[in-house]
Design a protein around this ligand. Structure first.
Ligand SMILES: [Mn+2]
Length: 366
């Protein structure tokens, strides 16, 4: 694959003092989350908006999201960087054999930019045998979109900040970093890197950095000057879309807002919470079912031996092995009157989020 060939492109901007810089990453075709979040932060013409990559794929409306990002960018105060899910223009440099691989990938995903484009012009990707001819047709029909994607920088730099989708190697200058490192470094915060300028990334859902609890809030690491933003919107059942708010081009007084679509309710009974808990997550989600029930099943996490009751609908099996969606048995400490957003309502209790942290609540809601 030639996905990451080519020269690293850096865009430099100099935001004027007094303007907010808003940063959102990993929208993943979830246009409604994006629009709601912009409303929530009061996005306006005075703000600078950085879209920190991966605005496409996985969610329901990639093409509409792309068009909205293009529309915002045309106004001059929005700047997008390319993420590993956005660079579809690179498919035009590929061979017919590679096109078949692309088609297999598109089919495996079942949704995304290419599906949206094909559907719009009346083609069903599921009915295609080869992709090359369709690819050429898409090239012609969507010239504006390809131009926009191919012109996206791989990072944006200001005097104080670097915005890249996934990571950076601090031993190299920004230009010397490869496109692959900028767009596709996994688990950046586990590498032990420190940066001179603040590095602001998405890509790796922030909850994956936690051990026993699930927090979707941005992680601000002042010692190493890294901010990690991806709240797992779409990818996690309890995910959210985060917006980092930098109040001024020079400020380190970071704040954030988040949007998720879950109904907000008030806690009626206080709950102490805490205790032993574990977070079973993507990439390490193999479990053994000890006792299968219709609503919950008692499971043992294979790697750690930790046992947890998991919603049966979160379990999936390939016949041989069973895995599960991300889940935790963490019990949230809550006060009467606390606002929580309700992710799951079960016969035993509610799986809720309180200030971005997910867990169980066993009392009544107002
Ligand atoms: Mn990504």
């Amino acid at each position: 694959m030639k996905r990451y060939n080519g020269k690293t492109v850096i865009k430099r901007i100099a935001p004027e003092a007094g303007r907010r810089i808003l940063v959102i990453s990993d929208i993943h075709g979830n246009l409604s989350y994006f629009e709601e979040l912009l409303r929530k932060v009061g996005f306006c013409a005075e703000d600078i908006l950085i879209i920190d990559g991966d605005f496409l794929e996985k969610g329901p409306s990639s093409l509409d999201t792309l068009r909205f990002v293009m529309e915002l960018s045309a106004k001059g105060n929005t700047h997008a960087v390319c993420g590993n899910c956005d660079g579809w223009h690179t498919m035009f440099g590929m061979t017919p054999e590679e096109d078949d691989e692309t088609l297999a990938y598109i089919r495996y995903r079942g949704r995304g930019l290419i599906w949206d484009m094909c559907r719009e012009i009346g083609i069903d990707p599921a009915g295609l045998e080869h992709f090359t001819e369709t690819k050429e047709l898409l090239k012609e029909k969507y010239a504006r979109e390809w131009d926009f994607l191919s012109e996206l920088p791989h990072a944006i730099e200001t005097e104080k900040f670097v915005f890249a989708h996934a990571g950076m190697d601090p031993a190299l200058s920004l230009e010397e970093n490869s496109i692959e490192v900028l767009e596709h470094s996994d688990a950046l915060m586990e590498k032990g890197y420190s940066f001179e300028k603040w590095l602001i990334v998405g890509h790796w859902p922030v909850m994956l950095y936690w051990e026993n609890i699930v927090s979707a809030n941005p992680i601000i690491d002042r010692e190493h000057r890294i901010i990690s933003l991806d709240g797992g919107c779409v990818l996690k059942d309890d995910g959210q879309l985060n917006c980092l708010i930098i109040p001024d081009a020079d400020s380190e007084d970071f704040r954030f807002e988040a949007y998720d679509p879950f109904p907000v309710k008030k806690v009626r009974d206080p709950q102490e919470g805490g205790g032993t808990s574990y977070y079973i997550r993507w990439g390490d989600s193999r479990v053994q079912i000890l006792e299968r029930g219709t609503e919950f099943s008692l499971c043992r996490h294979v790697r750690t031996g930790y046992t947890m009751r998991i919603l049966t609908k979160y379990l999936f099996s390939d016949g041989e092995y069973t895995d599960c969606n991300d889940c935790t048995d963490y019990v949230l400490p809550l006060e009467k009157g606390d606002e929580v957003s309700v992710v799951e309502t079960t016969s035993e209790g509610y799986f809720v989020k309180h200030r971005g942290i997910s867990g169980w609540y066993y009392g009544e809601l107002e």
